[in-house]
Design a protein around this ligand. Structure first.
Ligand code: NAP
Ligand code: MG
Length: 401
């Protein structure tokens, strides 16, 4: 069989620990035998980041801007313990944070679902994708602990003369204060990424805030989404998908009663909390995919989980590990499908579909990694190690090609 050809390379970002091991296994077993893979390779493993003083992360993000589609392995975000472990020169920032801010992107997380793993919410039939606005609000707030009676004010001194002062509260005794902000630019970028991703995945887009209470702050979010929607309205109508705004509390109730199958765009805090709830209700962190979408349509695909450190230490001791590669495989298939779409390479798109179909067929046959064994209903699972799992996928992929 001739290998599938590519025209533009994918930006490939390698990573750390167990996922770095899986990364190579996935390429060797499931991609390189079938695709004449073209990538621009960046090693975002912690040793290389340290050696390049994290310049490699910036270069990888710049390459994503240039080529348009990237696939990323999970990476260590250093903390004090990692400083010692890797003898780091500095506590480098999270690569995901760096890439996200350089691309000005929004992260969309969606679960991979199969019939034998039932979500905790029984009426959910399709995945729910959460889009979290990742700038500002409480995450960039300042706070004061008030210890005595007094007046709290909010003051704005504009560079061009807008001067406003409002009383927040006349304190009669101790209390707390918080000042937070967001920018039209960031909210607008968030909205563009959401509408683009809804069109890409042909799903409805829900957006929720509390604009009845927060008329200016949350009201601005609502207004900007409405304005940006005008640019996408025609495409939405053509695809038969809907943009739907509702209050956050109403959204929560509707999500629980829904069948799933839409994107739920959330403000920063709501997205933080709701993405943990929704992903837990769908089952396993190992089955959660993640894609960063920039407002100008650049894509970076990855798994939502980390480097699975505990499994890596077992692997280093020569013990058998059963780490689930699903989300990392789907990062590759997602990136190849997108590359295929952009370069009009139907063979590459079909390969991505067949790779995912082979993964589903393997799981539906009951062949699973350890993390899924206890979650399956109605099938007797056969637990295999990571290699065995990839081999089972490869057999099915070969049969379908
Ligand atoms: P983690 O790597 O996601 O793993 C947490 C636990 O979840 C694992 O110990 C394992 O549970 C289970 N798990 C996660 N993925 C799995 C998979 N594919 N297959 C089977 N089980 C899986 O999170 P962490 O241990 O908190 O973080 C480890 C490192 O990853 C940290 O250095 C962190 O900075 C980094 N991290 C990176 C990213 C990213 O690059 N996007 C995201 C999060 C964390 P059991 O041990 O019970 O089997
Ligand atoms: Mg959280």
């Amino acid at each position: 069989m001739e290998k599938i050809q590519m025209t533009t390379p994918l930006v490939e970002m390698d990573g750390d620990e167990m996922t770095r091991i899986l990364w190579k296994m996935i390429k060797d077993e499931l991609i390189l035998p079938f695709v004449d893979l073209k990538t621009v390779y960046f090693d975002l493993g912690l040793p290389k980041r340290d050696e390049t003083r994290d310049q490699i992360t910036v270069e990888a993000a710049e390459a994503t801007k240039k080529y348009g589609v990237a696939v990323k392995c999970a990476t260590i975000t250093p903390n004090a313990q990692r400083m010692d472990e890797y003898k780091l020169h500095e506590m480098w920032k999270s690569p995901n944070g760096t890439i996200r801010s350089l691309l000005d992107g929004t992260v969309f997380r969606a679960p991979i679902t199969i019939p034998s793993i039932k979500p905790a919410v029984r009426n959910w039939e399709k995945p729910i994708t959460i889009a979290r606005h990742a700038y500002g609000d409480v995450y960039k707030s300042v706070e004061i602990r008030v210890n005595e009676p007094g007046t709290a004010k909010m003051v704005f001194n504009g560079a061009d003369g807008q001067n406003e002062e409002v009383i927040i509260h006349e304190f009669k005794g101790p209390g707390v204060l918080q000042g937070m902000h967001n920018t039209d630019k960031s909210i607008r970028s968030f909205a563009h990424s959401c509408f683009k991703f809804a069109i890409d995945t042909k799903q409805d887009l829900w957006f929720s805030t509390k604009d009845t209470i927060s008329k200016k702050y949350d009201g601005t979010f609502r207004k900007i989404f409405e304005e940006v929607y005008e640019e996408y309205k025609e495409q939405f109508e053509k695809l038969g998908i809907e943009y739907f705004y509702t209050l956050i509390d109403d959204a929560v109730a509707r999500v629980i009663r829904s069948k799933g199958g839409y994107i739920w765009a959330c403000k920063n805090y709501d997205g933080d909390v709701m993405s943990d709830m929704v992903s837990t209700a769908f089952g396993s962190l190992a089955m959660m995919t993640s894609v960063l979408v920039s407002p100008d349509g650049k894509y970076e695909y990855e798994a939502a989980h980390g480097t699975v450190t505990r499994h890596y230490y077992k692997y280093l001791k020569g013990e058998d590990t059963s780490t689930n590669p699903m989300a990392t495989i789907f990062a590759w298939s997602g990136a190849m499908r997108k590359r295929g779409e952009m370069d009009q390479l139907p063979a590459l798109q079909q390969f991505a579909d067949k790779l995912e179909a082979a993964c589903y067929a393997t799981l539906n046959a009951g062949i699973v990694t350890k993390d899924l064994a206890n979650l399956m209903e109605g099938v007797t699972p056969v637990t295999v190690n990571s290699e065995g799992f990839l081999k089972a996928i490869r057999e099915r992929l070969e049969a379908s090609l």
